[in-house]
Design a protein. Structure first.
Length: 347
């Protein structure tokens, strides 16, 4: 039984996608836990982590996702647990999640330090479970080199089995290997693999937006698997928008107020992927009927256009359970970019 603790120095490094890529590639019976949840979802009077729910769905795990995390809130954990009780609960949780499994992935929080004050940071998890620590690093060449040097010189890795690092989302892999990689190798930290940046992995389906924005789907609910690659704020007139080159982009999402019928019609005429209607304003029934006929999803939300645009801009692109394209792409990158034999044989 192998146990891997997947950690990162910064948010959005791609830990969960790498877990899925590794699990698919290794093709073994997989267990999962995320002791300190940081992407919580409240549904049906239960609280669970988004990533735990995703892994449960993808691999048909029998364990409920809410049992894969110990907690979500620093203050509650500080009140309820000591270091000793946390260690005991982590060990018990891991034992449950390992049952009848070939390997266990333990995902750390959003940063390497996240959860340190409640004894649930990634380094502590690696010490409790005696598993192999994999640190995922992403960014530009210089920041990646900064992170590796920081790990080498400032992080206490005593009693930790550091399997190595995976460098993710590299924009120019060949240049990186020629310039930054030799400097990284001088530190003695093992580079398990390099995964290139891929635009396709940054796009999300309409269903993801509908869920995150708590949107009401008015039309074409069966088209929510469409990908959003361009987002436009419908602040101009519909006729003006149709003349703009940016409005002719494919796979675009239009955000506009529900009473802006000219903009909604322009979106429908230009084969928009979908339209988000803000301010909780319903367009006339003939517009809704046309959108249904065109099979264009209309998503109704309460906040105004500016607030919705801001929410989407700050939104982290996450893997979804039905996104087979992203999943297969990640598996291909893991198969070609990571030294799995080195990972499996590391001590």
């Amino acid at each position: 039984m192998e146990t891997y603790i997947i950690a990162s120095l910064s948010p959005g490094a791609g830990k969960t996608s790498l877990v899925v890529g590794l699990a698919d590639t290794l093709n073994k019976k997989t267990g999962y836990m995320k002791p300190f949840g940081d992407r919580f979802i409240y549904s049906k009077k239960r609280l669970w982590d988004y990533d735990a729910a995703l892994i449960t769905e993808l691999y048909g795990l029998s364990e409920p996702p809410e049992e894969m995390s110990i907690g979500f809130d620093h203050s509650k954990l500080r009140y309820m647990h000591t270091r000793e009780s946390i260690t005991e609960k982590i060990t018990e949780l891991a034992d449950r999640m390992r049952q009848d499994k070939d390997l266990l992935f333990v995902e750390g929080g959003k940063t390497l330090a996240y959860g340190f004050s409640v004894h649930l940071d990634s380094l502590s998890l690696a010490r409790y479970l005696k598993g192999k620590l994999i640190i995922v690093i992403s960014g530009d060449d210089d920041s990646i080199l900064d992170d590796v040097m920081f790990i080498k010189q400032n992080i206490d890795l005593s009693e930790i089995n550091l399997a190595g690092i995976i460098i993710n989302k590299v924009h120019h892999p060949d240049d990186f290997k020629d310039t930054a990689l030799p400097e990284i190798e001088k530190t003695g930290i093992k580079v398990l693999g390099i995964i290139p940046f891929e635009n396709e992995l940054t796009y999300y389906p309409l269903q993801f937006l509908a869920d995150k924005l708590f949107a009401k789907v008015l039309t074409a609910e069966d088209q929510l698997d469409r990908k959003v690659k361009n987002i436009l704020i419908g602040a101009m007139s519909g006729n003006t928008a149709l003349q703009k080159p940016v409005f002719k982009k494919e796979d675009k999402l239009i955000i506009t107020a529900g009473d802006r019928t000219d903009m909604i019609l322009a979106a429908l005429d230009s084969n928009a992927t979908g339209v988000i209607l803000t301010n909780n304003l319903l367009p006339p029934s003939n517009i809704i009927a046309r959108a249904e006929q065109n099979q264009t999803p209309l998503l109704l939300v309460s906040p105004d256009t500016y607030q919705i645009g801001l929410q989407i801009e700050r939104m982290e692109t996450l893997l979804t359970k039905n996104d087979e394209v992203k999943r297969k792409s990640m598996q291909a990158h893991v198969e070609s970019g990571i030294d799995l034999s080195c990972l499996l044989n590391s001590h």
